[in-house]
Design a protein around this ligand. Structure first.
Ligand code: GTP
Length: 361
């Protein structure tokens, strides 16, 4: 071997060493980014922060062109909870497993797709028309069950090639699944703390808290606030005549009917036994009377289905009051509505009485 050959060999080795060093540095940077992401995933405080981190920040940090999150939501729990959250990029909610089965089949590890390796799935995984030429599909698994998937996509066809390792991505999908599950559990607990277990409407504790906010807003912005007390008539007779489980079922269905009669922004809660309370912000006396009557007539006309498949009927009485001008406490509004309810019961039940008007609707 000549000196020139040796020199060339040394240069080649240097070049290889340099490229290995660069790869190691790039890998270290990648590891640092994954590490930082994992730490943030474990510390998120809310569902919107979690979704934002996975779909917006990951996309920016990793230089991606698309990111999607799919979550399984067979009983509609998420579709009821998520619209109220301020999210720029919402997850796609799945009614069943089929779309996930199309992506992963029986596999339970990250799937890399691109030209020549499963590219037909790209259009399915990135449904919003984003031009994506390669992608990583990460299954989100908790306790052996697929709960959703996270998709990262790039315009660069080489970004995710079939030969790339998926160690980082598998780890990321594990951490993301844990973060999602723990966030869902927290949301469930939060909602359980505000909801009446039998009827599904808000509970008294939540009402006590929210009513103070509604009261101060109405006073500050000088808009009308109406309060309705709704109490099922002769409920004891329903319990005594048909049994407690039928009474429970009537309560549950009345709660649902009340909730469905209201607008977003109105508040319904179970106040006690067979009594419900409703707050109607920005609603005047005529409007509130209309709502009370609509609920009363719906209940009067409803056949309540018993657990055995039979039907019972029920009626309710409504007491209505408007926030008095110059009111100094919310308690004044509540006791006015309560007085009106007492009048409605005394006048024969199945009617609406407004405290301010003092007459039957
Ligand atoms: N099934 C069932 N019954 C309940 C529940 N909470 C309270 N009750 C019953 O509701 C009944 C309320 O009876 P009362 O206060 O006498 O009133 P009412 O029979 O509705 O008569 P009026 O209100 O005067 O029309 C009682 O028998 C309670 O035991 C519940 O969660 N489930």
């Amino acid at each position: 071997m000549t000196a020139v050959d040796t020199q060339a060999q040394v240069q080649e080795l240097r070049r290889q060493l340099q490229s290995l060093l660069e790869a190691a540095t790039a890998n270290e940077r990648k590891l640092d980014r994954f590490d930082a992401l994992e730490r943030r995933l474990m510390a998120v405080e809310s569902m919107e922060e979690l979704v934002n981190l996975l779909l917006v920040e990951c996309r920016a940090d990793f230089g991606l062109d698309a990111a999607e999150l799919w979550l399984l939501d067979p009983d509609g729990e998420l579709s009821r909870a998520l619209p109220s959250l301020p999210m720029a990029h919402a997850p796609r909610l799945l009614e069943n497993h089929l779309p996930l089965k199309d992506l992963f089949g029986a596999a339970r590890t990250a799937r890399l797709i691109g030209p020549g390796h499963g590219e037909a799935l790209l259009a399915q995984a990135f449904g919003d028309g984003t031009p994506v030429r390669s992608g990583a599909l990460l299954p989100l698994i908790r306790q052996g069950l697929l709960i959703g998937s996270l998709h990262f996509g790039a315009n660069d066809a080489e970004r995710y090639d079939a030969a790339s390792g998926t160690k980082f991505l598998d780890r990321l999908s594990t951490i993301a699944a844990i973060a999602i599950e723990s966030m869902l559990n927290r949301e469930r607990l939060r909602r359980a703390g505000m909801t009446d277990g039998l009827t599904g409407v808000h509970n008294r504790r939540y009402f006590d808290h929210r009513s103070l906010i509604e009261f101060s807003q109405a006073v500050r912005h000088r808009y009308p606030l109406a309060c309705l007390f709704l109490d099922i008539d002769h409920f004891k007779a329903i319990n005594d005549g048909h049994g407690h489980p039928v009474g429970d079922e009537v309560l549950r269905q009345v709660g649902g009917l009340i909730q469905r009669s209201l607008r977003t922004g109105d508040l319904a809660a179970r106040y006690g036994g067979e009594e419900f309370v409703v707050l109607l912000p920005r609603t005047d006396l005529a409007g509130a009377r209309e709502v009370a009557e609509r609920i009363r007539l719906t209940v009067q006309d409803a056949p309540f289905i018993t657990p055995e498949g039979g039907t019972v009927s029920a009626t309710l009485s409504a007491g209505l009051a408007m926030l008095p001008a110059g009111a100094v406490s919310f308690a004044e509004l509540l006791s006015a509505a309560d007085r009106a309810l007492y009048e409605a019961k005394r006048a024969g039940r199945n009617r609406t009485i407004a405290d301010t008007a003092g007459e039957a609707a």
